[in-house]
Write a protein that binds this ligand. Sequence first.
Ligand code: AHM
Ligand code: MG
Length: 346
Amino acid sequence: MTDKISLTRYLVEQQRVHGRIPPELRLLIEVVARACKRISISVNKGALGEILGSADTENVQGEVQKKLDVIANEVLIEANEWGGHLAAMASEEMDSIYVVPNRFPKGEYLLMFDPLDGSSNIDVNVSIGTIFSVLRKQHDDPTIIDPVCEADFLQPGRQQVAAGYCVYGPQTTLVLTVGDGVAMFTLDREQGSWVLTQDQVQIPADTKEFAINMSNMRHWDAPVRRYIDECLQGKEGPRGKDFNMRWVASMVADVHRILTRGGVFMYPWDKREPDKPGKLRLMYEANPMGWLVEQAGGAATNGRQRILDIVPGKLHERVSVVLGSRNEVERVTGYHLEADEATAKA
Ligand code: AHM
Ligand code: MG
């Protein structure tokens, strides 16, 4: 690229030319991007930075926290709490919402994040990331500033005003939407700046690649089995083409591949924990990824319903996820709906 566009310039143009984002939201995104830069530096240090291994604590989901989960969470909070653009934050690593302390000015935005996605990959030097989602606090009467509470966060994903992720891989890439398509920024380490390297990202509607944790196959529901069985039959089967499989076990990396070259990603409900709707979390994993994928021309459902239309009942709600190339997501969703109809008729 000869005329390099920085993240700052991209955001200023989104604010000034397209009128899409107010200055406070621009500031918020820049602060998140700065925090991701700091996390990226820690990730790069690896064992030299003493960031590997377990923190010997558990999060609200009962998962053992890695040191880097805790570090990344602190970096995001410290970076964002004082700027005056936020009312509160919520994270995979915190039981309840973090209200901006009274010593700082408050804004109208709510920030949610999975500070370090793909925790199982930290110690093995495989791509990991940070996922974030921004909502605006809803007011019945905008002149009244009420204290913020968890209920303020429980908005469907279609109300997000910004969403993105940063993937810490061979390159560090920030992927963002403010509702005007998907833009990708690569971290230029020498300059310390984010450079726009792709705008208006598009996911092809068709694909020959799926991503699912195949070791859970015996626990899946019939429609997911049917879809994967058909893919595995390749050219000789009903799909008439061979499929490839990839599973990084970091949602950020799997979604990044799909935004780059297409594919379908699934983390469906399964029988291991029948009472949980899925493994992934709706508000800071599925919603931001779902919006990014839709903004790139793809689709995202829970197998039956558009993810962005789900009204959350609680902060750490889980959800089944099917996202990526539109025609494949529609096929998987169709298989679920067909199965539901058959059950209803029986
Ligand atoms: P995390 O947020 O604790 O890292 O968990 C979410 C991750 C996703 O990134 C990934 O898609 C999935 O869990 C991997 O699950 P599995 O270990 O079953 O392959
Ligand atoms: Mg995660």
